[in-house]
Ligand binder design. Sequence first.
Ligand SMILES: Cc1cc2nc3c(=O)[nH]c(=O)nc-3n(C[C@H](O)[C@H](O)[C@H](O)COP(=O)(O)OP(=O)(O)OC[C@H]3O[C@@H](n4cnc5c(N)ncnc54)[C@H](O)[C@@H]3O)c2cc1C
Length: 487
Amino acid sequence: MDDARRHSESQDANSRALPKIAVLGGGPAGLGAAWKLAKHSKAQVELFEAGERLGGNAGSFDADGVRCDFGSHRLHPASDPEILADIKSLLGDDLLLRPRHGRIRLKGSWIHFPLKPVDLATRMPPLVSASLFFDAATAKMRAPRVEVETFGSVMLSGLGRSMCDWFYFPYMKKLWGLDPDELAPTLAKRRVSGSSLPKLIRKIFASLPGLKSPETGKFYYPRNGFGAICDKIGEAAANAGATLSLNSRVEGIEISDGRIKAIKTRSGESVATHQVDAVWSTLPLTVLARAAGEGAPEHVRRAAASIRYRGMILVYIVLDTDQYTEFDAHYFPELSIPISRLSEPKNYSAATQPDGRTILCAELPSDPGDQYWAMSDEALGEALYRWLGECGLPQSAKVTRAFTRRLPFAYPVYDRDYEAHFDTLDKWVSGIDGLLTFGRQGLFAHDNTHHALAMAYGAVDCLEPGGFNLKKWADYRREFLTHVVED
Ligand SMILES: Cc1cc2nc3c(=O)[nH]c(=O)nc-3n(C[C@H](O)[C@H](O)[C@H](O)COP(=O)(O)OP(=O)(O)OC[C@H]3O[C@@H](n4cnc5c(N)ncnc54)[C@H](O)[C@@H]3O)c2cc1C
């Protein structure tokens, strides 16, 4: 028997012994898991992604010669060192370390974002800064007593009335479409890294010379768009032996005797059934429960119908100028302008090409069926340019085209009832042998890309020769609860 045949037979024997795992979703969480499972020869892996490209919400695409992301995306230096080292080794010199150069609009003034002490002191009207600091310093004493904690009450007792009314409350209302008292207190802990005065002061003063680390005020960004991280992880996964199937929407999961048996996928007109030993899903929990059909009990289906994701329209306008402004992002907490953030993709990687053209991307929180979702791309583009003008931003360039990308699953909504619904869904998943969920959509987590990857790495670490180590996974799950989003 020649060497090549012996090698391939032993490979076949190996892969026969390995469990067959279907990874659902090709965003950072699914890709990270597929890569590490294949790399460490822990499973035969096939990843199924509904879309025509990898990366999920953290992907990129080309438009009019400009590489665009799905809203402002940065890789935060706070990433876990193992994850950062992997990304650096996959991207090499194409991973840039760039200074953050954003602005936030507060009470009609533009100030640097992330906040800097000097800027706060010199750019804000003195009365405004004084009342921000006075209110924050006395917030705990003056906070109203409440019977039930909400996002609003936690923020008020942490940062005081002025900071809440001028910044956090309108911003959160815009992002989630709910009042601060309709949102769960957990949101303040997971979504707001400066949710109390000491935390905020630590963040602001960390930017002072002498106190700051070499990475403070900086972010990592791939030369060819944020999605290059996922593209490279996808390449590494395929090289390690994982199969990545695009345009494969998962429409069904088969559960029998409390075990996962198979999944059903659709690619265009063709439908296929895949027998599997395990399913690792990064799909929205609501989609997963729907795919299970009658396999999910009535109370689980009810919970899935009650938990909600917030959608977002990304409105892109193409302008006939090299650069719109020098800033990478503008943040708009005020309710008078419906968008939450504006980014200029060329500025993220300091791209100079193409000549005479740039693109702006606005993040417009919105849900399918609401007034903005129903508007045409052209109407949204026109409205966007008008809103920018109303904030005093330049209007001299000509808009040559507008287009949108509509994300139905942008943010998990932490309303006051979400925890009970999530627990029902989570218990259901945990009770099915071979089914695991993780990632932003799978664990209903407000996370960054490095957090989604950390979940994937954790899951792979739990797959041991004797089976999936549930005790270790429970420890990881507790650790994931400490993740706080960086903006
Ligand atoms: C506007 C915005 C800005 C952000 N900014 C940052 C940032 O600056 N830095 C940062 O680190 N993170 C940022 N994030 C978060 C980042 O995008 C997420 O952490 C990351 O995308 C989560 O990865 P995931 O794989 O868990 O989920 P997703 O990226 O949502 O991937 C899920 C995948 O599942 C697929 N899928 C869904 N249904 C099916 C189905 N039925 N069958 C098959 N496939 C399916 C989807 O197509 C998708 O590809 C931002 C997110 C948003 C929305």
